[in-house]
Ligand binder design. Structure first.
Ligand code: SF4
Ligand code: SF4
Length: 444
């Protein structure tokens, strides 16, 4: 039974309700994108330190073979998505603009690119630290968007006891449906991953949080949960940004995670449903993280789709597979419309956190004309972190970074709810983002 309170009461305070636009793709089964001739693997695909290459130009590599090893604890392994040859190690274009160090691989046109199951150590006999090492070996990052190496969450402070594992299936960003399709298509793999994590973390219960706009995912998961399994699915009211970890914890458990506190210290670990399924794939099949589920959608795309795309596939090729762009396309985003980034070059590759490719025509892409703030307070009402976005925007414009810190800029998750509601068209989150980038640059 689900908790009816979630249906009738606020799941978390504030937040917004942008149009969902999920109908274009939420019933489309995930297709595998065909293998191509060339792949670009930027090293920097995780928060923290990029991994160090362990291959050289000319080496033969197999699909699933490690090509870069973690450089630190906050770093993870990178694997080849195809069987082929290392053709270059150098700077290549990335989605945010500019160039980054990357490994270029030419696929062997005669290879099957099939990855046979590889045995992994039995997870039932593992400690939590061994779990963390295995997850780092698998190259898995938080797939909800942050790209934190997934193993980092499983190394707990002495004395911390985990009570609840949360599987984040909210997928609250408009247009995106790749988590939705994952839950419909692979419920058993997700439940297997939950069992692995729940056992190794010693959690008493697991909750899968799914918004009500995914009724088939809710039904499919419930159908596969065994009566004695301490796992339940909680349907949630549709609201943005419910997928934010603090908002989902508030929605499901009614617990506020204070600033600077790790949810693990409150006995809670949360992972995206894709992350958890990737963990099952590693332990059950020895499958490292080399294929990304991507939703391709938006009015500028000829054929919307849910795809399984090998990492390193250029965005241009993904769009070509979907029939290309309409002539009046003005902007292509990687990620969702609220938090995604406008892509600087279609040659940029799909990386571990590229969950969406969205194309917009001028009608949706053009920014509204900006007017002065009318002090309506709508941004304050929308901010799930109870910040004053209008003030943050003013300070960001004036480059008053110290003052921004004093009014809580550190807590902003850049969800974009403030920009979405502002009647004056003030690009609040963009101003905050650019001020933060400046603060980071100054720190060096
Ligand atoms: S200030 Fe930050 S957290 Fe608050 S609504 Fe704007 S982007 Fe979201
Ligand atoms: S929503 Fe826009 S106009 Fe209204 S207070 Fe915030 S910044 Fe000002």
């Amino acid at each position: 039974m689900h908790n009816l309170a979630n249906l009738f009461f606020e799941s978390f305070q504030h937040g917004v309700h942008p149009p969902e636009h999920k109908k274009h793709t939420d019933t489309l089964p995930t297709q595998r994108m065909p293998f191509l001739a060339r792949y670009i693997l930027p090293l920097n695909q995780n928060l923290g330190a990029p991994p160090n290459p362990i291959v050289k130009v000319g080496d033969r590599v197999l699909r699933g073979q490690p090509i870069a090893e973690p450089a630190a604890f906050f770093s993870t392994t990178l694997h080849s998505p195809v069987t082929g040859w290392i053709r270059a190690i150098g700077n290549r274009r990335v989605a945010e603009g500019g160039f980054q160090s990357a490994i270029e691989i030419e696929a062997d046109p005669y290879a099957t690119q099939r990855l046979d199951p590889q045995p992994r150590p039995d997870w039932r006999k593992m400690s939590r630290d061994e779990l963390a090492k295995e997850v780092q070996r698998a190259g898995i990052v938080g797939l909800g968007g942050a790209a934190l190496p997934a193993h980092v969450k499983y190394v707990l402070r002495e004395g911390v006891k985990i009570r609840t594992l949360i599987a984040n299936g909210a997928e609250c960003e408009p247009y995106l449906t790749n988590d939705h399709r994952l839950m419909v298509e692979r419920p058993q793999a997700l439940l297997q991953g939950i069992e692995i994590l729940q056992t190794l973390l010693g959690a008493e219960q697991s909750i899968i949080g799914v918004e009500l706009n995914k009724p088939d995912a809710i039904a499919e998961l419930r159908r596969h949960i065994l009566p004695d399994q301490p796992i339940r699915v909680e349907p949630l009211r549709v609201k943005y940004p419910q997928g934010d970890s603090k908002m989902l914890i508030k929605a499901l458990l009614g617990i506020e995670v204070p600033p600077g506190v790790r949810s693990a210290d409150l006995g809670i670990i949360m992972n995206n449903v894709g992350t958890i399924t990737a963990i099952a794939d590693w332990f059950e099949q020895g499958m490292p993280y080399i294929d990304r589920r991507v939703t391709v959608s938006g009015p500028g795309v000829k054929n919307s789709a849910n795809l399984l795309v090998p990492l390193g596939t250029p965005v241009r090729e993904v769009l070509r597979f979907c029939g290309g762009l309409r002539e009046d396309t003005k902007e292509v985003l990687v990620g969702g419309p609220m938090m995604g980034v406008s892509i600087a070059s279609l040659d940029a590759p799909i990386i571990k956190i590229s969950g969406g490719i969205l194309a917009f025509t001028a009608q949706e892409a053009d920014r509204p004309v900006e007017y002065p703030c009318i002090r309506c307070g709508r941004c304050v009402e929308a901010c799930p972190y109870f910040l004053n976005p209008s003030k943050l925007a003013r300070l960001a414009k004036a480059r008053l970074f110290e003052e921004m810190k004093n009014v809580g800029v550190g807590e902003c998750v850049e969800c974009g709810s403030c920009t979405y509601v502002c009647p004056s068209g003030i690009p609040i989150v963009q101003l905050i983002r650019s001020a933060r980038a400046d603060i980071r640059r100054r720190k060096g």
